[in-house]
Design a protein around this ligand. Structure first.
Ligand code: ATP
Length: 847
């Protein structure tokens, strides 16, 4: 225990006006960031992409060969892609900046004499800040008053054993308060602070690619090589057929250009970043962009109880003392209500409620006909109960001044305070989990009776606290038990069943008693009839590993045991999301694939360690975020299917057509035009497609699969074959009827790709124009494609000719075929993206 430090800081902090002046002078308390990239640097980055390098090489080839038309089109493709790339990069960075802002740390600072919660960026030198366990130190501070303050300085020193810091000492920004509380003065902010000095050394260099982006860029490099190989084959065949070398070279280069989905990087970055922004609008703040990808694959959701599955509004409903039990009634924070029962007038219940007021850090203020509480909801509930017996009890701390304390922590599961009255008499009060408090009692018989009573209360769903007091030099004496209820949230059961429907296994991991935990788990549907409930001790002994899939509820767990639970699931190939809010939850939040922290009631440490912060503290938001993750992944795969089918079809047409009697199926400029039309506009629109609701009715996709896995390659090949098939068929019919063959092939190939885009779009829930980006872009592209064969300037540029009604009818009939086939066969499959499970389908069904 620590003696209370002298009250050094009785100041009123700064005035708002003075703080504003200092903020203007010194700047915001933020870690310096790398300057945003210049436009030239952004353009250079786009041009360095292997796909664009290939395009530029093609441009040089056609320029050397003097082919102005193709040079113009390739130039336009390069410009269009660079513009799209730069715009998307800026949009993505903007989205991430907004997210950063949303997830920025808060600080409790005294302004104009009152403590208020402000963004830590607003702190200035001289501000007075309050620190509590779970806070990340927001600036370099000099401690005024420190009570049992311990700080984890791992961020600064790498040493993760918390160190005690006392009055007069400094704590550095970025370190974590693990215990105790303090009031401190800001001495350095921003770049001058401890974290700032480190950050300057390792200034971030823009956005790092996510794992999916890295996998896709590997894929695009492979595609570049494959296409280059195919282009070489086309070149060779053309030369063997006796075509002029220059023309053959242009054809091969155009084909290589067309077969590559160069808008892929733009589609991915915008899908991820805008997806994260969409989540943020729905209260799910992603703190780390790659988490967006992982979210869709979550297959286990381990949730804590208080405030997550329950309302977090605790109410004392029962007391038990040696004199008997009492019921406490009245609304949660209402002033009506009373303590009722045969022993309600006795001294034992009064002593119990006085003790819970003394051993308490919360504060209660009357508001209207109720109370408003600040502090731990459990402690607020204790104050309300005491007020129901006698409001005078709230003044007990005046009579019994607190002189010493050991704050609550979830390791000891108890809190101890020492008090002194006017005569110098001392009183020690302990409150905490019955297991902890009752074990320390001198009288075994009393402890056993209380234990049986505590069990019965826990089984009835109460959260139980035991309270003992006594003189400092003797073992404490039991005063009684307090039973609290914290009803499950209205929507908790719905969240649990939505999880199960989506193939996500819900678990409850709590520090509470097994019986209390089970009562809540049953009510919300987490506990299955045959599911097991285990204590943290089982986890400590490693006995949970073999039967991890049978366990629904983990009770009396310490935060570090959460890490073991995550490990056991991950070892079975699962992707685990874990909620946490406490000081010691940070390791578990980091170890989980998706660490989830509560924005309102969680600690700053938990928020900073999490991948996802729920701004509304609502577990439903996790399900929303999972849905968003699945949507994004599905959209990227759909784009790949669309883009690669089209590229493949173009290659096949060029390769196969000469063998069936169509010597020149397409001109190089036409290939490039189709490419620009199909990839450019509708391509990017795929990133914004809505969620196919079927994606939330089956298990998550495996995180480790290839982005082209699970039949996507087969579907790309089928799509490519269908489009190539109808294009060649159109060419043959054109030859037979003496229609302009090249134009007919050009129209069919382009329109068939656009029809496929429509066939692959996700089902719409609304009819609003906002969701119609894909349809609108396809319509625009169709219009341009028709213009290409009808408007004279474009005809001259692309070498197309006008075609008659019969040819148009043939083109249209054939062009819709591949899309129709894809649509009909998708309608017969359960969903657009098949289910898969890690561990080759070994995952049991938990419905
Ligand atoms: P949950 O999953 O419900 O959020 P938790 O894991 O956060 O629970 P803790 O808050 O660590 O659980 O509480 C563990 C136990 O410690 C409780 O069951 C209770 O008996 C005791 N306890 C909780 N808060 C206090 C407090 N302020 N003072 C004393 N004891 C407490």
């Amino acid at each position: 225990m620590t003696a209370l430090g002298p009250r050094l800081m009785e100041g009123r902090g700064l005035t708002s006006a003075e703080a504003t002046r200092r903020l203007e002078r010194d700047g915001e308390n933020v870690i310096p960031r790398a300057a945003p990239r210049s436009l030239i640097a952004r353009v250079a980055r786009q041009l360095a992409d292997p796909m664009i390098v290939l395009l530029c090489a093609a441009l040089v080839v056609v320029l050397v060969l003097g082919d102005r038309v193709d040079a113009t089109i390739i130039g336009a493709v390069v410009v269009l892609n660079t513009v799209i790339g730069v715009v998307q990069e800026v949009r993505a960075e903007h989205a991430v900046a907004v997210l950063d802002e949303l997830a920025s740390p808060q600080a409790r600072v005294r302004r104009d004499g009152r403590f208020v919660e402000l963004p830590a960026a607003q702190l200035v030198v001289g501000d007075e800040v309050r620190l509590e366990a779970g806070d990340v130190v927001p600036a370099d501070l000099s401690l005024g008053e420190a009570v049992a303050l311990e700080v984890d300085e791992a961020a600064m020193t790498g040493e993760s054993v918390p160190v005690r810091r006392g009055t007069g000492e400094e704590v550095l920004s970025g370190t974590v308060v693990t215990r105790g509380r303090a009031v401190a003065a800001v001495v350095r902010t921003g770049a001058q602070s401890g974290l700032g000095r480190i950050a300057v050394l390792i200034a971030a260099t823009g956005l790092r690619p996510t794992p999916l982006q890295r996998r896709l860029s590997r894929l695009s490099r492979q595609l570049v090589w494959i296409t280059a190989g195919l282009a070489a084959v086309v070149l060779l065949l053309a030369v063997l057929r006796g075509e002029p070398l220059a023309d053959s070279l242009i054809l091969a280069v155009s084909l290589a250009v067309a077969a590559i989905p160069e808008s892929l990087p733009a589609v991915v970055s915008v899908a991820l970043a805008l997806g994260a922004l969409r989540m943020a609008r729905r209260s799910a703040i992603v703190r780390w962009l790659p988490a967006v990808e992982t979210l869709g694959s979550v297959s286990v959701l381990a949730s804590d109880k208080t405030g997550t599955l329950t309302e977090g509004r605790m109410t004392v409903r029962r007391t038990w003392t040696a004199e008997g039990a009492c019921d406490v009634d009245g609304p949660a924070y209402g002033r009506d209500g009373a303590v009722r029962g045969a022993s309600a007038d006795g001294s034992a219940v009064e002593r119990l409620l006085r003790d819970v007021v003394l051993c308490n850090d919360a504060r209660l203020t009357p508001v209207g006909d109720g109370w408003s509480g600040i502090g731990d909801p459990l402690e607020v509930a204790l104050l309300v109960a005491a007020a129901r017996l006698d409001e005078g009890l709230l003044h007990a701390p005046r009579e019994w001044r607190r002189v010493d304390e050991t704050p609550f922590d979830s390791e000891s599961r108890s809190m101890t305070t020492v008090h002194e009255d006017a005569t110098g008499g001392r009183l020690v009060v302990v409150k905490g989990a019955p297991e902890t408090v009752l074990d320390g009692l001198a009288d075994r018989a009393v402890a056993d009776r209380a234990r049986a009573e505590a069990h019965a209360m826990a089984r009835a769903g109460f959260r139980v606290l035991a309270v003992a007091d006594g003189a400092p030099d003797r073992a404490p004496e039991l005063v009684g038990l307090v039973g609290m209820i914290d009803p499950p949230r209205d929507d908790a059961a719905a969240v649990v069943s939505a999880c199960r429907a989506a193939g996500i296994r819900p678990l409850l991991v709590t520090g509470d008693h097994a019986e209390t935990a089970l009562a809540v788990a049953r009510e919300v549907g987490i506990a299955r009839p045959d599911g097991e409930v285990v204590d943290g001790d089982v986890v400590a002994r490693g006995e949970h590993v073999a039967r991890v899939e049978r366990i629904d509820v983990y009770a009396r767990t310490h935060p570090e045991q959460k890490v073991d639970i995550i490990d056991a699931w991950q070892a079975r190939g699962h992707v685990v999301a874990m909620t946490g809010d406490g000081v010691n939850d940070a390791p578990a939040l980091r170890r989980a694939d998706i660490g989830v922290a509560m924005g309102k009631h969680g600690t700053e440490v938990a928020r900073q360690a999490a991948d996802l912060v729920l701004a509304d503290d609502d577990l439903r938001t996790v399900v929303t975020a999972v849905a968003e993750g699945r949507r994004i992944y599905a959209n990227i795969r759909t784009f790949l299917r669309y883009g690669l089918s089209g590229g493949l079809a173009e290659v096949l047409v060029i390769l196969v057509a000469p063998f069936v009697g169509i010597a020149t199926p397409l001109l190089p400029g036409q290939i490039l035009w189709i490419n620009m039309l199909t990839h450019g506009i509708p391509g990017v629109a795929f990133g914004g497609e809505p969620l196919d609701p079927r994606l939330m009715q089956r298990p998550s996709p495996s995180p480790e699969r290839s982005v082209l896995g699970e039949g996507l390659v087969r579907r790309i090949v089928v799509g490519g074959l269908l489009i190539a098939g109808v294009s060649i068929a159109a060419g043959l019919l054109a030859t037979a009827h003496s229609w302009p063959t090249t134009t007919v092939v050009f129209l069919t190939l382009g329109l068939a790709q656009l029809a496929l885009a429509l066939a692959l779009r996700a089902p719409r829930s609304t009819r609003g124009l906002g969701e119609r980006a894909l349809e609108l872009s396809v319509a625009a592209a169709v219009g341009l494609q028709v213009l290409a064969a009808t408007w004279t300037p474009l005809q001259e540029l692309l070498g197309t000719r006008s075609v008659g009604p019969a040819a148009w009818a043939t083109v249209l009939a054939l062009a819709v075929l591949p899309g129709a086939v894809v649509k009909v066969s998708a309608g017969r499959r359960p969903a657009a993206q098949p289910a898969s499970s890690p561990g080759s389908g070994a995952r049991p069904s938990w419905k």
